[in-house]
Ligand binder design. Structure first.
Ligand code: SAM
Length: 228
């Protein structure tokens, strides 16, 4: 049995168990709705590079036309290669096994999308990594009512009872992105089963290249070498 939540996602939770549970709760349907809204209301420019971090099996593509991403160069990352293989059957994008807390994927991206992942990782670390890769980050996090219903978790997903994800307070998430130089430009919410909410926050900040340039400018390595 996995000893950590990371191990559970990396190799224990079977895609079928995960997808059955999610669909029964209406979560991929809701997240597909949030994606649809994002790309209708404020689409990135054609040709934009888009990162889906912790992309999972791509179940949202069952409810949202993959053709919506045709104008873009998309990269999908996840810690679990089986999930990415299933995603590839739904959408033929570039994919990479990668850890959101210490990503190896090469940026910069115009937009990073991270849906229902931050609750499962060191979210402050992951947020900082995403802000280093993209000038715009769309997060989807889960908010529960004060008294949350505990539904049975099918098969291998039951491991989440031993290693539960930690929900994130919206104010704490916004404050942390604020410290990273990012502000919320739009909030979108979808209600799912049992009064739970999928909360989409569209964060904008300085483009990674601009921040790199400024950091070099602000902290010069030392006095300029004398002219020969
Ligand atoms: C609740 S699922 C959400 C999947 C997908 N974003 C969606 O909305 O359907 C959490 C996802 O985060 C991935 N994950 C967990 N820890 C990770 C890490 N450290 N780095 C990258 N992905 C991770 C899991 O493998 C899983 O695909």
């Amino acid at each position: 049995m996995p000893r950590t939540l990371r191990q559970a996602w990396a190799g224990h939770i079977a895609p079928d168990d995960y997808e059955r549970h999610m669909a029964a709760n209406g979560q991929p349907q809701a997240n597909a709705g949030l994606l649809d809204e994002l790309f209708r209301i404020s689409p990135p420019a054609p040709g934009a590079r888009i990162l889906f971090a912790g992309a999972g099996t791509g179940q949202y593509f069952d409810y949202w036309a993959p053709s919506s991403l045709a104008p873009y160069a998309c990269v999908f990352t996840d810690i679990n290669p089986l999930y990415l293989a299933r995603l590839a059957a739904r959408f033929p994008g570039e994919s990479l096994v990668d850890d959101i807390e210490g990503p190896c994927v090469i940026g910069p991206f115009d937009l990073a999308i991270v849906m229902l992942v931050l609750e499962h990782v060191d979210w402050r670390c992951a947020a900082a990594a995403l802000c280093g890769l993209a000038g715009r980050v769309f997060t989807v996090t889960q908010e529960d009512p004060a008294v949350a219903t505990l539904r049975p978790l099918p098969g291998t997903l039951a491991v989440l009872r031993d290693h539960p994800p930690k929900l994130i307070e919206r104010a704490a998430l916004i404050a942390h992105f604020g410290r990273l130089g990012f502000t919320v430009t739009r909030t979108a919410i979808r209600e799912v089963a049992d009064g739970k909410k999928m909360v989409g926050l569209d964060f904008s900040g300085p483009a990674p290249a601009a921040r790199y340039h400024r950091a070099v400018h602000d902290h010069p390595a030392g006095p300029a070498a004398p002219e020969p």
